[in-house]
Write a protein that binds this ligand. Structure first.
Ligand code: ADP
Ligand code: MG
Length: 463
């Protein structure tokens, strides 16, 4: 390869590219959240373009692989939407970048705080897609949805705070943004501030450093609706908690609305002061449960419909994804985007085959998340025995077989070792597990009815 001459500064492709990368970073922060962005994407830098090929340089090999499997699809999609001459994007490890393509100046890396901290604005940007209209309601999130809508619609404060909690990627941030959008639209006079607990801390620390805590306090205490996302972030950070506690009390005393999200319920938050925990649980606590198949299906259908005309995602692909990607909604969405981006890039149809190919890694890691407890529960349900029978020492045939089936599935569908599996089955020895696995393999070959049952069971395991 021949080194390209350094381009002129004005309008140089690398300047243009780094601007594009900045724009993409803004979207990625909205998509993935601040923490994920900081850990995985902020360290990347744009290295080069040659005939439409971009290299993003990652500092380590691990990071290269991680970003490639998780985020490359989304990055590619966003970049192609911005710049049609892009052919391919590759994440490379910093040492492997070939010298012939790094003649153009690498752009500086973008940090999420650079993007958020502009103009000293305290409220973080709101994602335009995170509205109530775009929120698909199902059993796992109906309480949280109803509570969020109530808070958004009411003029007076009904419960304070509203505390939303649930695992990652289940819609907490989406609901908070939805509340903010709703209030901005229907009660424009109310001052709404949304920010992550991380940013709250950042602002506070900065105020301390510049001895500007008075205006910091004023800023927060004059809002009508304060939303703090991912409050677990301030666990163990005592001074920030102290300040948060005072802000919180000041707002509650003035009857201003507070909305908090966290990954755990107030009482389960570790590293939080007791008085803060109890205060957080005073209002309405609404949890978002892990997704169900029906909810995943509903979400995928609504997202698939939103793609512009030529893109059509067949039903069997939607059902397959709803069955397989059980971790969370963010990943579900990411999977769908990845397929659409990939097949439209290479011009292949969207079908089960291309889906499985494109998502190979993701599907594998979702399979791995099946826990032994899940397996025990489903096998017990299937054979109509109690879950506790999985651990019990009783050896009647009616219990032994289901137990063996569960051990067999645990061996084949999780990454757990034989001793680990044994421990989960009432502290049995690893040889017992091994025996069970062999026994079931044998039965599976000999008894076709049994093989069929096992097959059904294994398939529901993935749902
Ligand atoms: P959390 O804050 O709980 O980690 P997010 O609110 O960021 O999760 O949601 C992750 C992604 O999933 C977002 O893109 C969001 O729009 C989407 N999402 C979550 N729940 C729903 C839902 N019920 N309907 C539609 N999209 C959803
Ligand atoms: Mg969130």
């Amino acid at each position: 390869m021949v080194a390209q001459p350094a381009p002129s500064l004005v309008n140089s492709p690398s300047r243009e590219l780094s601007d594009q990368w900045q724009a993409i970073c803004v979207r990625l922060i909205q998509d993935l959240g601040d923490a994920t962005f900081k850990s995985w994407l902020a360290p990347l830098s744009v290295s080069s373009i040659q005939d439409g090929d971009i290299h993003l340089i990652a500092p380590t090999k691990f990071m290269r692989d991680w970003v490639t499997t998780r985020y490359l699809g989304r990055i590619t999609e966003l970049w192609k939407a911005l710049n049609q001459s892009i052919q391919s994007i590759e994440i490379v490890e910093s040492t492997t970048a070939s010298p012939s393509v790094t003649t153009q100046e690498p752009s500086s890396t973008v940090s999420s705080s650079d993007l958020f901290e502009r103009d000293g604005e305290i409220s973080a940007p709101l994602d335009s897609r995170f509205t109530f209209e775009n929120f698909v309601v199902g059993k796992p999130n109906e309480l949280a949805y109803a509570a969020a809508l109530r808070v958004a619609e009411s003029i007076s404060v009904q419960f304070n705070p509203l505390f939303l909690y649930g695992g990652v990627g289940l819609g907490k941030t989406h609901l908070m943004h939805a509340i903010a959008w709703h209030i901005k639209k229907h009660q424009a006079h109310r001052r709404v501030i949304y920010l992550s607990a991380e940013k709250f801390m950042y602002q506070f620390v900065r105020a301390l450093r510049y001895k500007d805590t008075v205006s910091f306090k004023d800023q927060f205490r004059s809002v009508d609706v304060l939303m703090i996302d991912d409050v677990q972030f301030i666990s163990g950070k005592e001074t920030t908690q102290e300040e948060f506690f005072h802000t919180f009390n000041a707002l509650v005393d003035q009857n201003h609305q507070i909305i908090i999200s966290a990954d755990k319920s107030p009482s389960d938050l570790e590293g939080m002061e007791e008085r803060l925990k109890s205060r957080l649980g005073w209002g309405l606590v609404a949890d978002i449960h892990p997704t169900t198949y029906e909810l995943r299906l509903g979400i995928l259908q609504s997202k698939a419909e939103a793609y512009p005309a030529p893109v059509k995602v067949p039903n069997d692909v939607i059902e397959f994804l709803a069955l397989k990607i059980t971790s969370n909604i963010r990943e579900l969405e990411g999977a769908l985007n990845r397929i659409v981006a990939h097949v439209t890039l290479v011009g292949r149809p969207i079908n089960l085959e291309t889906t499985q190919e494109v998502l190979r890694d993701l599907l594998k890691s979702n399979d791995r998340r099946l826990t032994i407890e899940d397996i025990q529960k489903r096998v017990a349900e299937f054979y109509c025995i109690k879950i506790s029978d999985m651990q019990s020492p009783r050896r009647s045939q009616a219990l032994v077989r289901p137990r063996q089936v569960a051990m067999y599935i645990a061996k084949n569908h999780t990454m757990r070792s034989l001793p680990e599996i044994g421990r989960k089955f009432g502290g049995r020895d690893h040889t017992t597990v091994l025996y069970a696995v062999r026994k079931i393999e044998e039965l599976r070959i000999k008894d076709s009815d049994f093989a069929q049952d096992l097959d059904v069971l294994c398939r529901t395991m993935e749902a």
